[in-house]
Design a protein around this ligand. Structure first.
Ligand code: DGJ
Length: 728
């Protein structure tokens, strides 16, 4: 049993194969956090609630209640009653005051995991997951809060979410609802996050924790290029293989906060949830608010274990798509090849040449609709531009299929251009503050997806195109953030609900899309990687990682992304050089090796690239077919990092049964007067013999794992090599 309740001790114990999480209830009914860490066999440890030491619990010394609340390690802190650390729940009542105090009422343990209505969330069978629901109540507000924990025993993962129900008569206003909190004592923690910008998303950042609050967040209406809904606290010496890691990751794609706070008593509070800025939710009598899910994992074997816990969990319990373990098509996308300057003939030329080299799908990117010849018009007018697609879309798709390629198409369904028929007829469909000219970004506005008729319109535009021709793939893009957050649809009191209602609208549309078109391969994208998050992964098995396709820039982006996400989810393409964003020239082979660590494809004009590059495509496509299954299903190990001032980068994927390992090495900068470099591999059978493909050499597994493999010194920058070891 993964979840146990000890009545005498009043403690809940949640066990996964390698971890234990314990929650205790005090005499008064406060719900406290006891422990998260290495798996325990028998202990209940409720002395860690420290109710026997000053300031004591309110039952013992009522006059010290505030001192008690301000240091009690709580499972779900509420605002307004004396805990001055970050609260997770702020409720304003009809009198206008904020105050909420939760007491334990009841609990329920069940096999399986209930769905979260309207939200992406992890799932599992009754054999795979057990759920604990702790019901608590604020009697004054007549508010019921359910704190849920789902325990995925085999994955060392616990997920949490919060459900709030107004069981009383007054109208309540939720001004902040975070989804999870962990209170624990400091262990000289460092904080790890992912930060970046457009074209350099998800770089790893690490620094020591100091007193006060440290956070990453987004208030942009998307999880963002800049910060990521992830937070880990790690002990100071943590490496890939050693050290303790406490990690939280948010299954949500909109505004978020991920914060660690070191308090006066050296206690750390880690919280995660929807950002309180631009958030409120009115909760009338009998109404329920469901907050999104947080995924937590603990590792005492460093970051690598955290990574593999997330990878296995996302592959098996978050990505629903039938494609998660299926072969993905090697695609060619025309964006960097043509930008907006294309027509049917150009696309067919690309398709014909691509077919010769074994490429399997043509994706028609931005610019095929309305009168969109640049990024300044037509979003919302999803009718085919017949000046470009001269014989119509069904005919183009048919011709591409005759050539032997599948067809994919780009949409940006959440947007509206001021220069569009849609805007001219429905100005009120754009997000805006009445009386104020809304801020444009990329010369576009965002559609108000809180309006049902807007969602219906946008959805039908996509659906009718998909019904018009056999289209196998959709790239769903989102190229600006939200601003001027106002809705002409919502009433005055509900304006603060817009940001979250927007996200619920996106989720509803994507749910509908994959339900109506179950065979569609959906790839999410947001101006590169601004919405690469677990929420989106629930709907699409792959997400465009970044607009930056330079092989060297991609090392950092893909290292940060792969720290949390399986390689099979990372959109990675080979583009032309000099690279359009950084102007760098790298070898075609290196670009190929880097793109192999993701969903492999091309983003270049195959009719124009040099003969020398072109000659390599066939072989690269073959490599992709050869290794795709291993890369999709295997265990990923980060071996060396260009990001941590090494002149090279290296990672491997090992088959779960130890039968093969693929090692990728990228020499970013050549080192003068260098010897060979030793890389230690992982995930092999210690006593089995492995041959290095393409050579007569073989090694013992224990040799490769402990003594290491020698990468020969070689001159030249931006060079790469793949090494494939096969068990004999
Ligand atoms: C941003 C995406 O990341 C690109 O790949 C491309 O689809 C453009 N948008 C098109 O506008």
């Amino acid at each position: 049993m993964a979840i146990q309740y000890n009545k005498e001790q009043n403690v809940f114990r949640l066990d996964t194969k390698g971890t234990t999480y314990m929650i205790g209830v005090t005499k008064e009914g406060y719900i406290g956090h006891i422990y998260y860490g290495k798996r325990l066999q028998k202990a209940y440890g409720n002395y860690l609630l420290r109710t026997e030491e000053p300031p004591f619990t309110p039952a013992v010394r009522k006059r010290e209640k505030s001192a008690f609340l301000d240091c009690f390690p709580t499972e779900y802190p509420t605002g307004g009653i004396g805990d001055y650390r970050e609260s997770c729940l702020d409720v304003r009542d009809e009198s206008g005051s904020i105050g909420c105090e939760l007491f334990f009422q009841d609990y329920k343990i069940q096999k399986g995991k209930p769905r979260l209505v309207g939200l992406p969330a992890s799932f599992g069978t009754e054999e795979e997951v057990e759920t604990l629901e702790i019901l608590c109540k604020d009697a004054v507000l007549d508010l019921q809060v359910t704190i849920s924990y789902s325990v995925f025993e085999a994955n060392d993962i616990i997920t949490r979410n919060i459900k709030i129900e107004n069981t009383g008569k007054q109208k309540l206003r939720l001004e902040k609802v975070y989804s999870a909190c962990i209170d624990m004592d400091n262990r000289n923690f460092e904080m790890m996050t992912l930060t970046g910008s457009w074209a350099r998303e998800r770089h790893i950042q690490r620094g020591s924790l100091h007193y006060g609050k440290q956070l990453v967040s987004s208030i942009k209406g998307a999880s963002s290029h800049q910060e990521h809904p992830f937070l880990a606290l790690v002990t100071g010496n943590t490496t890939q293989e050693t050290g303790e890691v406490f990690a939280m990751h948010f299954v949500y794609s909109g505004n978020f906060i991920a914060q660690a706070e070191l308090s006066q008593f050296d206690q750390v509070r880690m919280v995660m949830g929807i950002h309180e800025r631009d958030f409120c939710w009115n909760l009338g009598q009998g109404e329920i608010f469901q907050a999104p899910e947080v995924v937590m994992t603990y590792s005492m074997q460093g970051l690598g274990t955290m990574t593999r816990n997330f990878h296995d969990f996302y592959r098996n319990h978050l990505i629903r798509s039938q494609y998660k373990y299926k072969k993905r098509p090697v695609l060619i996308n025309n964006w960097e090849a043509t930008y907006f300057d294309f027509n049917s003939e150009k696309l067919l030329d690309i398709a014909r040449e691509a077919k010769k080299d074994g490429i399997e799908m043509l994706v028609m990117d931005d610019g095929w609709f309305g009168k969109r010849n640049w990024d300044d018009s037509s979003l919302g007018d999803w009718t085919v531009n017949e000046e470009k697609i001269t014989s119509g879309l069904p005919d183009l798709v048919e011709k591409v299929k005759e050539i032997g390629l599948d067809f994919g198409i780009w949409f940006e369904p959440e947007m509206i251009s001021p220069d569009s028929n849609l805007y001219r007829s429905h100005k009120d469909w754009a997000i805006q503050i009445p009386g104020r000219e809304a801020t444009q970004s990329r010369e576009q506005y965002v559609l108000d997806l809180s309006r049902p008729e807007v969602r219906e319109y946008a959805y039908q535009c996509i659906a009718s195109i998909l019904h018009s021709a056999p289209i196998s793939y959709v790239k769903w893009d989102m190229n600006r953030q939200l601003s001027d957050v106002g809705s002409t649809y919502l009433d005055k009191e509900s304006q603060g609900e817009l940001m979250h209602r927007y996200m619920l609208g996106v989720y509803e549309m994507q749910e509908r899309l994959i339900t109506e078109f179950p065979d569609l391969l959906l790839e999410n994208c947001a101006g590169g990687g601004a919405r690469f998050d677990p929420g989106m992964l629930y709907y699409s098995p792959q997400i465009w990682c970044s607009d930056n396709t330079d092989a060297i820039e991609r090392l950092r982006i893909q290292e940060g992304t792969a720290m949390l996400y399986p390689l099979s989810t990372m959109g990675a393409h080979i583009s032309d050089c000099p690279n359009h964003i950084v102007g760098r020239t790298t070898e075609f082979a290196t670009r190929g090796h880097v793109a192999l660590a993701g969903t492999f494809g091309y983003e270049l004009d195959i009719t124009k690239i040099s003969a020398q590059d072109r000659e390599q495509i066939k072989g690269q496509v073959e490599l992709c077919h050869k290794y795709q299954e291993l890369i999709q299903k295997g265990d990923y190990y980060r071996i060396a990092s260009w990001d941590s001032y090494k002149p090279f980068d290296a990672w491997e994927v090992a088959a779960k049964d130890g039968s093969e390992v693929l090692l990728t090495y990228v020499q970013v900068l050549a080192v003068p007067n260098a010897h060979s470099t030793v890389l230690r591999l992982h995930g092999l059978d210690a006593l089995a013999e492995y041959s290095l493909e393409g050579t007569e050499i073989s090694y013992l597994g224990e040799e490769l794992m402990n003594c290491g493999f020698l990468i020969p010194a070689q001159p030249g920058d931006f060079k790469s090599s793949l090494y494939h070891f096969i068990r004999k």
